[in-house]
Write a protein that binds this ligand. Sequence first.
Ligand code: ADP
Ligand code: MG
Length: 270
Amino acid sequence: MDTQIISLSNQKGGVGKTTTCANLGIGLAREGKRVLLVDCDPQASLTLSLGWRKPETLPVTLATLMGRVLQEQPVHAEEAILHHAEGVDLIPGSIALSGVEASLDTRQNVLKRVLDDCRKDYSHVLLDCMPSLGMTTINALAAADATLIPVQAQYLSAKGLEQLLQTVQKVRRQINPRLKIEGILLTMTDSRTNYGQQIDNLIRGAYGSKIKVFDQTIPRSVRAAEISAVGRSIFQHDPKGKVAEAYKSLTREVMANAERQLKRVAERGR
Ligand code: ADP
Ligand code: MG
């Protein structure tokens, strides 16, 4: 099976990476895809928000698997994989990842080797990155086919986005030439206000000609903020709400992107 690996990256915290990872992942599973989520953040927010409340007590986490690669031992990713009730699998994160980051030194392909052990079982792998551009995030970009960049519409830091785009360029040049930008996703938007609309226009104006900016944006809603506490997706927590609608449509946009990509490759091959 051809696996698409997408990292959710932005070195700014609180922009919706983890929420998007969980809900895009479960959205894809609801469309019949085989989805693996990987928690690459020592804060383990993804693991927590999917309902595993004590990540530090899990016997095998991403840190264990990356440690095995560093020690040249066999990986056995299946030992770490947890199954969520809504049809996605998870390699959990834990605080131990910060120790692993320190020992990564300059090694860029450690996470890739972990994923090589299990990617064959999945059509989609989503990597939830931590809010930094350190070596763990570099490892995620090195392993990914594409990166999806959530940007909180409210607190746009154009400078932060520039820095991230430069890092993507550098990873492309030095490690992973096939890395694409899946798109910029505007999160926590408020299109009812003038200000919200202005920010939307600003980002599309500044980046839209060079980089895909998803048509679909994710509206701000308390219902979305609640889901990390209940361990479920927005599709179960508030199925008729605007955020469930938005993540469903984002899921379709990501699937359509992939199909367009395949078509382009096929046409080139002819
Ligand atoms: P990141 O992973 O980039 O740090 P999160 O996904 O954890 O971002 O989101 C940051 C905070 O914003 C969390 O408390 C989350 O519950 C909340 N949040 C995420 N998406 C929305 C939304 N659409 N509306 C309101 N709050 C949201
Ligand atoms: Mg997060």
